[in-house]
Design a protein around this ligand. Structure first.
Ligand code: PRP
Length: 188
C-alpha cells in the first residue's frame, strides 16, 4: 500500500483548508477530467465550505507518436463558460504533464480570471512538459499505481487505498488479482 485511506483523507482535509483560505470571497469552478479525477473531486469539494461549482471534461489522447504526443481530443466539453471565472483543474495524477499542458492552454484561451491545478498525485519523474502545480496531495514515486480513481484496464477505481503494483503485467492479465483489496476492511 502506497497511500492508505486515512492518509488520503487527512491530506485532502489539508488541501481543502488551503484552497478555502485562498479562494475565500470567490466562487471557484472545479473542473474534473474524467474519469480518474472524479473520486478525488468528490472528496475534495466536501472539504471546501465555499460556494463553488463543478464541471467535467472528457478527453482522449491522440496517442504516443512523437508528432501527436500531448495532443488531446475533447470528447465532452464543459457545460458552462469559464470566462471571468476562477478555475481549478482537479486531477488524480500528473505524469508527463502533456495532457494537462494541452488542456490548460485550451482553458486559458477561454479567458478565466485565474487558472490553477490541484492534483492528488504528482509523479514528477515522468514529467516531459514543465507545469506549475499549485496544489499537490502527494509526490508519487515512479511506480504503477491503482485505486482511489486510478484504474488498471478500467477496473479498481473503487479501491479505497492507493496501491503500488509491482507486476503490472500480472494484474492486467488477471483482472481478479486485486479483488481482495476491495474488501472494506483491507488495508485498514
Ligand atoms: C490520467 C490522469 C491524467 C493523465 C495524466 O488519465 O487522470 O488525465 O492520465 O497523464 P500525463 O501527465 O502523462 O498526460 P487517463 O488517461 O489514465 O484516463 P482516466 O482518468 O480515464 O483513467
Amino acid at each position: 500500500m502506497l497511500f492508505g485511506r486515512e492518509d488520503i483523507r487527512r491530506r485532502i482535509e489539508e488541501l481543502g483548508r488551503t484552497i478555502t483560505g485562498d479562494y475565500e470571497g470567490r466562487e471557484p469552478v472545479l473542473i474534473s477530467v474524467l474519469k480518474g479525477g472524479t473520486v478525488f473531486l468528490a472528496d475534495l469539494i466536501r472539504e471546501i465550505p465555499l460556494p463553488l461549482r463543478v464541471d467535467f471534461m472528457s478527453i482522449s489522447s491522440y496517442g504516443r507518436a512523437a508528432e501527436s504526443m500531448g495532443r488531446v481530443r475533447i470528447l465532452k466539453d464543459l457545460d458552462e463558460d469559464i470566462g471571468g471565472q476562477h478555475v481549478i483543474v482537479v486531477e488524480d495524477i500528473v505524469d508527463t504533464g502533456l495532457t494537462l499542458s494541452y488542456l490548460l492552454s485550451v482553458l486559458e484561451s477561454r479567458g478565466p480570471a485565474s487558472l490553477e491545478v490541484c492534483t492528488l498525485l504528482d509523479r514528477s519523474a515522468r514529467r516531459i512538459a514543465p507545469l506549475s502545480l499549485r496544489y499537490v496531495g502527494f509526490d508519487c514515486p515512479d511506480v504503477f499505481v491503482v485505486g482511489y480513481g486510478l484504474d488498471v484496464g478500467g477496473r479498481y477505481r473503487n479501491l479505497p487505498d492507493i496501491l503500488a503494483v509491482e507486476d503490472q503485467a500480472a494484474v492486467t492479465a488477471d483482472p481478479a488479482a486485486l479483488l481482495p483489496f476491495l474488501d472494506p476492511g483491507a488495508g485498514r
